[in-house]
Ligand binder design. Structure first.
Ligand SMILES: Nc1ncnc2c1ncn2[C@@H]1O[C@H](COP(=O)(O)OP(=O)(O)OP(=O)(O)O)[C@@H](O)[C@H]1O
Length: 298
């Protein structure tokens, strides 16, 4: 069973602040959708409205065609990781999950399964409040997976995770998406998002800035990157208007491919130390997209 998330004109005002401002988009099953935006863009507020934790000022958001609160079994519908610190600190890891399972009419054996899945089986008797940040994140993920839900919603899940933990959560999210589930994940880490997401939804100041496949964002117009000792001579030969000089001296050339650029250099006896396709990094693309919507700039 797959479920899409659908926002229509979703808006949330706090006094004069438009935290979320007329958002319309869908989050589709079968892929990982990255939810990006600078600090204060409205990502958390949007996720809270998806889960019925905040009420929209106007507009709506549905999961599987109806508001989240109208679903009979919340944990079997959405697995959410919003604030991993939201645990009863004195309870053991096992008790914490068991209480969640019992209050949601989920079988107790599921607790053992998710403990294995997130790698916490060995610390199930530890108190939840005494876990490291990374283990706390894993406990939050365990809770999200308890109901084996068709929709996963993770807000900054890699916070506090070490490289092994980051890779683990990436594989987990990609695996769930491959099973046809809907996976929405917010992150500030562009490099990580570039490895994890298939599709991006980018917000700035509560508004939709982009809703497109990752590949459309990170590989726009074809271009090549060239390094040479003879930049000054080569630039006019390539056409100065096509060339941007990067901070490290590399030439970024648009409007031609490597074969053409290499032929021009060869025809003039110019040696190149590098000639490669140029992909815009997600970080650069993100900066371009969100320029003008930053609340705080250096
Ligand atoms: N309860 C609240 N009362 C007043 N303003 C709020 C409240 N919650 C959020 N805001 C404001 O709404 C805007 C969006 O905040 P939100 O936390 O949704 O952004 P975000 O994209 O998740 O940011 P971050 O990346 O910093 O977590 C911000 O300007 C924030 O100050």
């Amino acid at each position: 069973m797959s479920m899409r998330i659908e926002a229509k004109g979703l808006t949330k005002r706090y006094g004069a602040i438009h935290a979320v401002d007329g958002l319309s988009f869908t989050v589709e099953p079968g892929r990982v959708t990255g939810f990006l935006g600078p600090n204060g863009a409205g990502k958390t507020t949007t996720m809270r409205m998806m889960l019925g934790l905040d009420a929209p000022s106007s507009g709506s958001v549905t999961i599987g065609g109806k508001p989240f609160r109208d679903h009979r079994s919340p944990m079997r519908t959405v697995g959410a990781l919003l604030d991993a610190r939201a645990v009863h600190p004195g309870r053991t890891v096992y008790r914490h999950l068991l209480c969640l399972a019992e209050s949601n009419h989920l079988p107790a054996r599921r607790v053992h399964e998710v403990l294995e899945m997130v790698g916490l089986a060995g610390v199930s008797r530890r108190r939840a409040g005494g876990l490291s940040l990374g283990m706390g994140q894993r406990l939050g993920v365990a809770a999200a997976l308890l109901g084996d839900p068709p929709v996963l919603m993770f807000d900054e899940p890699v916070n506090g995770l070490d490289p092994e933990g980051i890779r683990w959560i990436r594989v987990l999210m990609r695996g769930y998406a491959a099973q046809g589930r809907t996976v929405l994940v917010s992150s500030h880490l562009m490099s990580e998002m570039a490895l994890t997401a298939d599709h991006l939804i980018v917000l700035g100041r509560g508004r939709l800035l982009a809703d497109r496949p990752l590949d459309d964002v990170v590989s726009p117009a074809a271009g090549v990157l060239i390094r040479t000792e003879a930049s000054r001579r080569l630039i006019p030969l390539l056409g100065a208007e096509r060339v941007t000089v990067a901070a490290d001296g590399a030439l970024i050339v648009t409007g031609m491919d490597g074969t053409e650029a290499g032929a021009i250099a060869a025809a003039h006896g110019i040696a190149l130390s590098e000639l490669s396709p140029h992909r815009v990094s997600l970080e650069d693309a993100f900066m371009d997209l969100t320029a003008g919507s930053l609340e705080f700039t250096a």
